[in-house]
Design a protein around this ligand. Structure first.
Ligand SMILES: [Zn+2]
Length: 245
């Protein structure tokens, strides 16, 4: 039995047994962990105020011998997403982050680059300026998971994609017009330019609020890629599409 304390981001909490909760956390030291928080619904002292998805917190937990799941002892909230105003769009953006991390991260496998990406994107995700951080998160989570080949070139012939490219739900990366597959979507040259900027710049250096239509094709491409690798639909992505993205 070993005791641990780590920075973490809460992904999901659901009723488990009586007042216990099962919780999925993305921790800095051990990656994604699932565990039981005993009497979490009763004990506001040990877990109070830190049970909303995408809360950044410090988690104290016990790793039990030969057990996949851990025992969460207590959480100390560091930053709550509810400290800032919330509207439908911001709520859907936060839900997308939690759902995507839950879907793509393997358990017990630390990923420091994704861990550092998440709070940077969270602090930019505010009412009236969600589309840029949502796109940036979707881009980098796809890339850091290893599912985004060089997007400046066709994956078939390696021709430079100066006129934009085409993406298909069944394949990683982009193709040129000649190697476009039946049923592909188009990625406009402007969206490719934005994607290349995302490769080079931190999210807070990329400028002002984006309108919903900017990067819409890029998000479709990234979400299709994420959904195929995660082998499940991203429900929050569907909500974001309905909200104009
Ligand atoms: Zn080609």
């Amino acid at each position: 039995m070993s005791q641990h304390s780590t920075e973490a981001i809460l992904l999901r909490a659901w009723p488990f047994h009586e007042s216990d909760l099962m919780i999925s956390l993305f921790t800095r030291e051990a990656g994604k962990l699932r565990g039981v928080a005993k009497a979490a619904l009763k004990s506001r002292k040990r877990f109070g105020g830190a049970l909303e998805p995408m809360t950044c917190l410090r988690a104290h937990y016990t790793q039990l011998p030969r057990q996949e799941i851990v025992r969460f002892e207590s959480f100390e909230p560091v930053v709550s997403p509810l400290a800032e105003p919330v509207d439908y769009l911001r709520a859907a953006a936060l839900a997308l982050y939690a759902e995507t991390l839950e879907a793509v991260l393997p358990e017990h496998d630390p990923h420091d680059a994704i861990f550092r990406l998440t709070p940077a994107v969270l602090s930019e995700t505010q009412v009236g300026r969600c589309w840029l951080p949502v796109t940036y998160f979707s881009f980098w989570i796809t890339r850091l998971s290893g599912w985004l080949p060089d997007i400046s070139r066709c994956t078939v012939c390696a021709e430079r994609l100066s006129e934009g490219g085409f993406f298909h739900a069944a394949w990683d990366g982009l193709t040129c017009g000649i190697h476009r597959r039946e049923g592909s979507g188009a990625l406009a040259p402007e969206s490719l330019v934005q994607a290349v900027r995302m490769l080079r710049e931190p999210v807070d250096a990329l400028g002002d609020a984006w309108p919903g239509e900017r990067g819409r094709d890029l998000r479709r491409f990234l979400w299709r890629t994420l959904e195929r690798h995660a082998e499940r639909p991203l429900r929050a992505a569907e909500v974001l599409i309905q909200l104009g993205g």
